[in-house]
Structures are given as C-alpha cells and as structure tokens.
Design a protein around this ligand. Structure first.
Ligand SMILES: Cc1ncc(COP(=O)(O)O)c(C=O)c1O
Length: 439
C-alpha cells in the first residue's frame, strides 16, 4: 500500500486524502518509504530552491546547533543573525535595510502590516489604519494576513472574524486585458474613496503567486503604483514570500521593474525549506524614525531572530551565489517556458501559459476561445495534480483564479538547480498526466 490513510493521531488540511510517507530527498527528487521517486516540480509550495539534501546547508545548521540552538531575541543577538542581515542588506533594494526575522510567510506579513502602521504613527499619521491589497492574492492563513488576502474560498468561514480591508483588482492580463496603467490607477481610486489619511500601505505580490499562477503586469504597472504611493504618503509593501530569492530569474520580483518598496517580506525560499524562516525588511531611515518617536517596535515572537534559521539562510544565500542559481533560474526558466509551450500551446483546454524564471503557470479553460473555465465541482486542477503525483511528478495547483470559485491552475516551480534534461523529463511527465485527464 503506497499511500497511507491518515488513521493515526494526526490530521492534515485535506483530511480524507491518503498520502505516502516521505523517506528522503536528494537534489530535485523526493523518495517515499516504498522507494517511489518524485520530481519535486514545485519545490513544495515554491520553497525548495537549492535542492533537497544539500550538504552545505545541513553542515551550517549542524555547526550552529552544536554551539547553541536557542537564545531569546529580547536578551541576545547572534553571529548568524548579524551576518545574515549584513549580507541581505547588499541584496535587497532598500537603502540601509534593517531586518526582523520570524518563522513563516504569514508571520512576516503580520509583522509588515504592524511595522507599516508604526512607521505611519512615527510620522504623526495616527489616523492611518487601512491596508489596501488585491483580490486574487494570498498573504497567509492567520486572521490579519487573511484579512488582506483576496481568496474568497479561504476567507469564507472566517469572514465575521476578519477586519475589513479594501481590495482592488490585480493585473491579470489573461482575463482582464486592461493596461498596467489602468490597473494601477485602481489604487488611486481606492485611496480617494477611503481617504488617504486613513491608508497605511498598499500590499501586493510583485508577480502573482498561488492565486493567479505567475500572472505579471506590463511595465507601466509597478512604476505607476510607486508614484501613487509617494503622492499619497502610502507605504508600498512587497510580498516577496513566493517570488523572492531568485525564483523569477531576479533576486526579487520587483527587480523586474527596478521599483523599490518601503517594506518587503520574504519567507519560503529564504532558508530553502531547511528551517521555517522569513524576514520583514524596512528602510534604515524609517526604522530610525520609529525608534526616535516610539522607542520600540511593538511586536515580537518566541522564535523571532532564530540563530539556526539565520545559519540556514546564510548557507542558502551562499549556495545561490556560488552556484549562480538566480542566473540558472532565468536561463532554465526560459527553457521551461519553451518546453511548456511546445507541449501545450495547441492543447484545446490549456488557455494560458505564463511565467518568469522558474515559476510557471498553466491556466485551464473549458473553451479556449471564450476562456470559460471548467466548473469548480470538477476539481480539475486537483485531478491533474493527482495524475502527475501518481506518475512521480509534484506540481502545485489552485482553483478559483477565474472568479474566486472557478478556474484551474497548475504551477511549476522546481528547485533552482534544475537542468535541461530534468526539465525535459518534468515536462514529459506533465504532458502524460494532462493527457490522461483531458485527452
Ligand atoms: C505570497 C505569499 N505570501 C504569504 C504566504 C504565507 O506564507 P506561510 O504559508 O509561510 O505562512 C504565502 C504562502 O503561500 C504566499 O504565497
């Protein structure tokens, strides 16, 4: 029996779903305890970048564990945290960047929202309390992060518990072919509607992640967003949790447009899956102002600034630099795009193929001409995901891109170490899986 039914003392998100037991990982591959090999074509949910079982990361973590595993950040700083911050300051676009570390994407989003509010308070802007974000976005599962997320299905059970935060429509060229300028102007309209004096920040993914599968705006969008934020004194928060760390062929998603945010967060790839870790970063001048006016950042966490996480992240960054993985993401990403177009551009039910670097999305359509999606009840994306998984390929999937409920996406985001032969194999398995489900 390859898949285990969850009959033990554990429960998972998909409760009835049987799953194999993981044994080990190596490079782009995972192996279950029955010896089945899987190509990790999505790096989990876009996490694994330097590959599985990288000895340099294991060694860095072990070295830190042998020194000390835990010392609380209210009492100590640590060498890995100090060094990582100095190294990251060279990599992020923020001037004189300062970093605050937590354990997950949701946590750094919560921290970013609070940091933005506190920076506004330090500026004397005490009335500002709204975060404008976008529909078709995902920023995390905690209630604050869910309040700013734009996935109706995930929000529905908790709606009475969420804070109202304004959402605007995202750039989504496949289904909403307005110009980037028009899409960005929706932010200005929302600011005027809610009153600039009430708005703390605009929060968005530079390139849409799990909700829209690598949908990217044209070149006007982000510069115009930056302009609007400056005009109304609104902070720009870039959620680089999924698209940061080289995933899209540049270190950061916003690097594609040379736009500098005021606050940025990343997590998933920061420690490559070896440790739960993420950061929120801000400009030095804003952190200095906060300190001068408010003394402290009113936020924290038992596991903040974890030295083992920082050691893992330092090793991951070193590997990305030494093995030129951002460059590989750009080069192999272009190759993956070609392979996907070759396999699927004539397929009657693949409506759109889009991506940057090693992050690609396939959007399914019942009818390519009208772009009508498959009915949600069919769970098509999940069917394809399962067909690929059964054939030894892990992809990422989501549903609801078309209208919040309908619309199926399959995403690829393999480790950034992948090579051409492995991409050929991955695209071949995906083609077989899609054929098995859609013909
Ligand atoms: C863009 C983005 N932000 C935030 C999160 C939340 O991260 P986590 O699942 O680590 O809490 C995710 C997770 O998928 C994400 O894709």
């Amino acid at each position: 029996m390859r898949y285990k039914h969850p009959h033990g003392n554990v429960f998972y998100r998909k409760m009835a779903h049987a799953r194999p037991q993981i044994s080990h990982g190596e490079g782009i591959y995972l192996f279950d305890d029955q010896g089945q090999r899987y190509i990790d074509g999505s790096g989990g949910p876009l996490v694994v970048n330097v590959g599985h079982g990288h000895p340099q990361v294991t060694a860095a973590i072990t070295r830190q564990l042998e020194k000390v595993a835990y010392a609380h950040a209210t009492m100590f700083t640590s060498e890995p945290v100090e060094q990582l911050s100095a190294e990251l300051a060279e990599l992020v676009p923020l001037p004189d960047a300062r970093f605050f570390y937590l354990s997950s994407g949701s946590e750094v989003i919560e921290a970013a929202i609070k940091l933005a509010r506190q920076i506004q308070q330090a500026r004397g802007e005490h009335g500002r309390h709204l975060i404008i974000s976008r529909w078709h976005s995902y920023h995390g599962m905690s209630l604050g992060a869910l309040s700013v997320s734009g996935r109706p299905g995930l929000r529905a059970p908790y709606l009475p518990m969420l804070r109202h935060m304004p959402h605007i429509a995202p750039p989504y060229p496949y289904r909403d072919p307005v110009s980037g300028r028009e899409a960005a102007d929706r932010l200005e309209q929302a600011i005027q509607h809610y009153g600039a004096a009430n708005v703390v920040a605009f929060l968005a993914e530079p390139i849409s992640g799990a909700s829209l599968g690598a949908a990217a705006p044209d070149d006007e969008y982000w510069p115009r967003i930056r302009q609007i934020c400056d005009q109304y004194g609104i902070l720009l928060i870039a959620d680089e949790v999924l698209v940061g760390m080289g995933r899209t062929g540049r270190w950061w998603g916003l690097d594609h447009w040379q736009v500098t945010p005021d606050i940025m967060v990343t997590s998933k790839g920061l420690a490559g899956g070896y440790f739960p870790f993420g950061f929120v970063a801000a400009k030095g001048e804003d952190v200095n102002l906060l300190q001068a006016e408010l003394d402290d950042f009113n936020h924290g966490g038992t596991f903040s600034h974890h030295a083992v996480g920082a050691a893992a992240a330092r090793a991951v960054i070193q590997i990305i630099q030494e093995e030129k993985l951002v460059e590989n993401s750009a080069g192999m990403g272009a190759y993956l795009g070609q392979a996907l177009r070759h396999a699927f551009s004539e397929h009657p039910h693949i409506g759109d193929i889009r991506g940057r670097g090693l992050f690609w999305g396939l959007e399914m359509a019942l009818d390519r001409k009208t772009k009508r999606p498959f009915p949600a009840a069919r769970h098509l994306a999940w069917e394809i995901w399962q067909a690929a998984f059964d054939r030894g390929l892990i992809v990422y999937y989501s549903q609801g891109c078309a209208d919040g409920t309908n619309g199926d996406l399959i995403m690829l985001g393999p480790p950034l170490i992948i090579n051409q032969a492995q991409i050929d194999e991955m695209a071949g398995v995906l083609e077989t899986a899609v054929q098995a489900i859609l013909g």
